[in-house]
Design a protein. Structure first.
Length: 346
C-alpha cells in the first residue's frame, strides 16, 4: 500500500503540473482526492491492517493528500492567472479610434433670438432694464395712456391674478400684456437721458399658429431733450440691417398705439424672396417686424416728466415672430413643444 501511495503521489505531481485551465484542475481533483478518487481506493484496504501498520499508513496517506491539495491549489492559481493574461491580451485595442462624443444641449431658438436682438441694441448704445411679470393695472394700462374704458384693452385681454396677497390699496394685479410697464418704471426711477431695451415674457389670451398665451418681447425707449422721429427711423433701420442683413430695406406705415403719437408699424423687405413676393410675405414683398412711435405726452406726465421739456421714442417687437422669420418656422407652437428633433436643428 505504501508503494501504491508513492505511485499516486508521483502521478499527481506529473499530471497536475500539466493542467492548463480550471476545468482540467477540477477533473484532477476528482480523480485523486474525490470521494471515489484514487486515494480513497488505496485507503479502502486499511481495515485489514494491524493497528500499528494502520497508524503508520495513515500518516503517509495524510502527507500525500496534503501534497496533492497543495499541488491543486497552485494549479488553480496558475490557471486563473493564465485566464486573466489571455483576457488582457485579447483583441488589440486601437487607441486612435475616435471616441464617442457626448451630446450637448443647444440654445433654444427663442433664447438665441432674444440674446441677438439685445446684443444688437447694446451695440447701438442701449442698456437693459427688467421689471415684474405680475404687474399692476396702473403700470400696464393707465400709465401708458390706456384708460379703464379704452377700447384698446379689448385687444389685450389677459390673465388677472387673485389679489388677496396684495395691500388693499394696491390695485388690480395681472400678468403683464407687454413689457411697456418697464418703460414707465424706468422713467419713474431715472431722469433723462434714458436709452434702454426691456426684454422679457408677456401674457395674452391668444393661441393659434402665430400666437401663444406666453411669448417674449423686446421693447426699447429713448428719452432726452431733443429726440426726433428721424432718430427712431435711423435706429430701427440700423437694427434691421444688423439683424436681417445689410440688403434689407425698412418701411414705416402709419398706425395707432395709445402710448405713442405719431405711431408706425415697421416692415422689412422679405428676407425669403428679397422683396419680389412669395407665400411668406403674402406676395407683398414686405414683412412686419416692429411697432414704434414717439412717446405720448400723457405717458411722460404719468412718469413725472414735463412733456414740453423732453421727447422720446419707443418700439417693440415679438421675439418669437422674429425667430420664425429668421429660421423659416411656420407654426409658433412648435417652439414650445420641447421636441428634440425640432430643437436640434438650431
Amino acid at each position: 500500500m505504501q508503494d501504491r501511495l508513492k505511485a499516486l503521489a508521483e502521478a499527481a505531481h506529473r499530471d497536475i503540473a500539466q493542467a492548463r485551465d480550471s476545468a482540467q484542475v477540477e477533473a484532477l481533483r476528482v480523480r485523486f482526492v474525490g470521494k471515489k478518487g484514487e486515494l480513497s481506493q488505496v485507503l479502502g484496504g486499511m481495515g485489514k491492517l494491524a493497528p500499528d501498520e494502520r497508524r503508520a499508513l495513515g500518516e503517509i496517506a495524510n502527507t500525500v493528500k496534503a501534497q496533492i491539495e497543495k499541488l491543486l491549489a497552485d494549479a488553480t492559481a496558475r490557471a486563473e492567472d493564465a485566464a486573466m493574461e489571455a483576457e488582457l491580451k485579447g483583441p488589440k485595442l486601437d487607441v486612435t479610434l475616435t471616441g464617442r462624443g457626448q451630446r450637448l444641449g443647444r440654445r433654444h431658438p427663442v433664447s438665441q433670438t432674444l440674446e441677438d436682438v439685445v446684443n444688437v441694441f447694446a451695440r447701438l448704445g442701449f442698456g437693459v432694464e427688467t421689471g415684474p411679470e405680475v404687474e399692476f393695472e396702473w403700470y400696464n394700462f393707465e400709465a401708458l395712456n390706456v384708460a379703464a374704458d379704452h377700447p384698446a384693452r379689448d385687444m389685450q385681454d389677459t390673465f388677472y391674478v387673485d389679489g388677496q396677497w396684495l395691500p388693499k390699496d394696491a390695485g388690480t394685479a395681472l400678468l403683464r400684456t407687454q413689457t411697456s410697464p418697464v418703460q414707465v418704471r424706468t422713467m419713474l426711477a431715472q431722469k433723462p437721458p434714458i436709452r434702454a431695451v426691456m426684454p422679457g415674457r408677456v401674457y395674452r389670451k391668444d393661441s393659434d399658429a402665430t400666437h401663444t398665451p406666453m411669448f417674449h418681447q423686446v421693447e426699447g425707449l429713448c428719452v432726452d431733450t431733443r429726440v426726433t422721429f428721424a432718430e427712431l427711423k435711423g435706429t430701427l433701420d440700423a437694427f434691421n440691417k444688423a439683424f436681417f442683413g445689410a440688403q434689407v430695406k425698412t418701411r414705416f406705415r402709419p398706425s395707432f398705439f395709445p402710448f405713442t403719437e405719431p405711431s408706425a408699424e415697421v416692415d422689412v423687405s422679405c428676407v425669403f424672396c428679397k422683396g419680389s413676393g412669395c407665400r411668406i410675405c403674402k406676395h407683398t414683398g414686405w414683412l412686419e417686424v416692429l411697432g414704434s412711435g414717439m412717446v405720448h405726452p400723457n405717458v411722460f406726465t404719468h412718469a413725472g416728466y414735463e412733456p414740453g421739456q423732453v421727447t422720446g421714442f419707443a418700439f417693440g417687437l415679438g421675439v418669437e415672430r422674429i425667430a420664425m422669420l429668421r429660421y423659416g418656422i411656420d407654426d409658433l407652437r412648435t417652439m414650445f413643444e420641447n421636441d428634440s428633433r425640432f430643437l436640434a436643428q438650431f
